[in-house]
Design a protein around this ligand. Structure first.
Ligand SMILES: [Zn+2]
Length: 239
């Protein structure tokens, strides 16, 4: 794993782990702010953006602390517009990889339970609409982060969970081969769906940020999955 932090700023350190934000995260913030302007209260928008930032950091800490609990090495955490990355290296066992990767989405699942409990309490004590609206969005953001990360598109968490599960039944190189092949297919599909959305005339009236983001993310997944797939293929040929 690379420890390269160029273009990133360290914002804090907790549990012995440095958290960096890549410069492009601020461009993303500005773009999304512009998209939302006009139909959203800037204060509320900022609160939601800070919330999203916090949720991504907590998700990454889930990976990092789980990796440490199984004796793996933990580097830093970086936030960039495609999400967050925790540089973790769990010990080479399927169970260690599975726990390290699953812990991220499990944080979001736990926060959904907390959010739903909060909504029930807020409704019971007759809290204002603003508080209920915020709690709903809190649950919604966690649900999006959970579902998005659980897509079996290597290198997303779901793809790495698939790899860990396959690793129980076959040599690791084969598990990497099959999981990255699935990632390659998903990445290609995301590029296609994103581009089709981008070309849709409906988007002419708004900023096509979501389909564009999906196409870029799909491109990144395709590139990473292809790199890993080729490496696994090469290793299998040499064996
Ligand atoms: Zn994750």
């Amino acid at each position: 794993m690379t420890q390269n932090t160029s273009g990133s700023w360290k914002i804090f350190r907790a549990y012995g782990i440095d958290v960096y934000v890549h410069w492009s995260w601020f461009i993303a913030l500005a773009v999304i702010y512009q998209v939302a302007e006009g139909d959203r209260n800037p204060g509320l928008f900022l609160l939601l953006y800070v919330t999203l930032f916090g949720l991504v950091v907590l998700h990454e800490y889930g990976h990092a602390l789980a990796c440490r609990s199984v004796g793996g090495s933990v580097g830093h955490i970086v936030l960039w517009p495609l999400g967050g990355i925790a540089f973790v290296q769990p010990p080479p066992r399927p169970s260690a990889l599975l726990w390290t990767i699953a812990a991220g989405p499990l944080v979001n699942l736990g926060l959904i339970v907390v959010g739903v409990a909060g909504i029930m309490v807020a409704a019971a004590i007759g809290a204002g609409e603003a508080i209920l609206g915020y709690l709903n969005t809190f649950v919604f953001l966690n649900a999006i982060l959970f579902l998005f990360n659980m897509m079996p598109a290597y290198p997303l968490d779901g793809g790495q969970i698939l790899q860990a599960v396959l690793w129980y039944f076959m040599p690791r190189v084969k598990a990497i081969y099959y999981s990255s092949a699935v990632g390659l297919a998903f990445g290609g599909l995301m590029v296609a769906v994103g581009l089709l959305g981008y070309l849709n005339p409906e988007f002419g009236r708004t900023l096509p940020i979501m389909p564009l983001w999906m196409a870029i993310l799909g491109g990144y997944i395709t590139w990473e999955a292809h790199r890993t797939f080729s490496a696994a293929q090469g290793m299998m040929r040499r064996q």
